[in-house]
Design a protein around this ligand. Structure first.
Ligand SMILES: NC(=O)c1ccc[n+]([C@@H]2O[C@H](COP(=O)([O-])OP(=O)(O)OC[C@H]3O[C@@H](n4cnc5c(N)ncnc54)[C@H](OP(=O)(O)O)[C@@H]3O)[C@@H](O)[C@H]2O)c1
Length: 219
């Protein structure tokens, strides 16, 4: 068993979530508020190691009222993230889990544990995402996960059939380069690509962004 997996992303009209320099502030105030509503609805918020490093996010619910904070989850196969990330510094206040692999440095695992971070090994040299989700479900009682990127984590989850729904906010910008919503070796044709069912199209309150919602059909 694994949790329900919801990807939420804001991108440019050319499908980029970050420019070639890593700049990624695309959401308007309404979109940010929606993101916090998604966080409040989920038991855990998951990001990839590069997003953790570049954005240094808190991943907490702040813009809407919420009784609780979701757990925070980082996928970091080589345990390369620096120890002074805000997520780690506040791990005693909000439960924070790092999934890594057997190649992770033991001393760094110890340091993270001392900070109150739960470190889980799931995989030999990369994180086995299915296993990580199963651990979240079984050990941490996580039934719904919000995935906030980046593109590499999004792509690998989708390729492995581990995504249930996708919200994409198309913002009125063009980067022409950078990281895509789904970024990886890619699918060669539409036949290999998972089938998506468009369930809603909404104009954002700002009048300049569009929010798309897709369900991922099971094969
Ligand atoms: N606009 C938005 O909505 C939005 C949202 C989030 C992020 N972003 C932007 O996206 C950029 C980062 O995206 P990214 O694609 O470069 O990185 P990412 O997806 O955040 O992180 C990728 C890293 O996760 C680690 N990982 C470990 N196991 C993995 C697995 N099984 N599958 C996938 N990843 C695994 C890998 O590290 P190892 O190779 O060490 O294992 C990999 O390098 C940043 O610039 C950020 O600002 C934008």
């Amino acid at each position: 068993m694994r949790p329900w997996v919801r990807i939420v992303s804001a991108c440019t009209i050319d499908g980029r979530i970050a420019s070639r320099t890593g700049y990624s502030r695309l959401s308007c105030e309404h979109d940010l508020r929606r993101l916090h509503m998604h966080r409040a609805e989920c038991d855990a918020v998951m990001i990839g190691a590069r997003t953790a490093e570049i954005d240094d996010p808190m991943l907490t619910v702040r813009l809407v009222r919420s009784e609780r904070q979701p757990m925070r989850v980082v996928i970091d196969g080589r345990l390369a993230c620096r120890l002074d990330l805000r997520l780690f510094k506040t791990a005693r206040e909000v439960p924070t889990i790092v999934f890594t692999s057997r190649v992770a440095d033991g001393a760094k695992i110890m340091r993270l544990s001392e900070l109150g971070v739960h470190v889980e090994i799931a995989g030999e040299d990369r994180v086995d995402l299915r296993k990580a989700l199963e651990i979240l479900y079984r050990k941490y009682n996580v039934k719904k996960v919000l995935v906030e990127g980046g593109g590499t984590l999004n792509f690998n989850l989708l390729r492995e059939g581990l995504v249930d729904e996708i919200y994409v906010t198309v913002t009125p910008y063009v980067f022409g380069n950078g990281v895509s919503v789904f970024n990886g070796e890619g699918f060669e044709t539409t036949y290999e690509c998972p089938k998506l069912k468009l369930t809603s199209v909404r104009l954002c309150e700002c009048g300049n962004c569009v929010v798309l919602h897709y369900l991922v059909e099971r094969p």
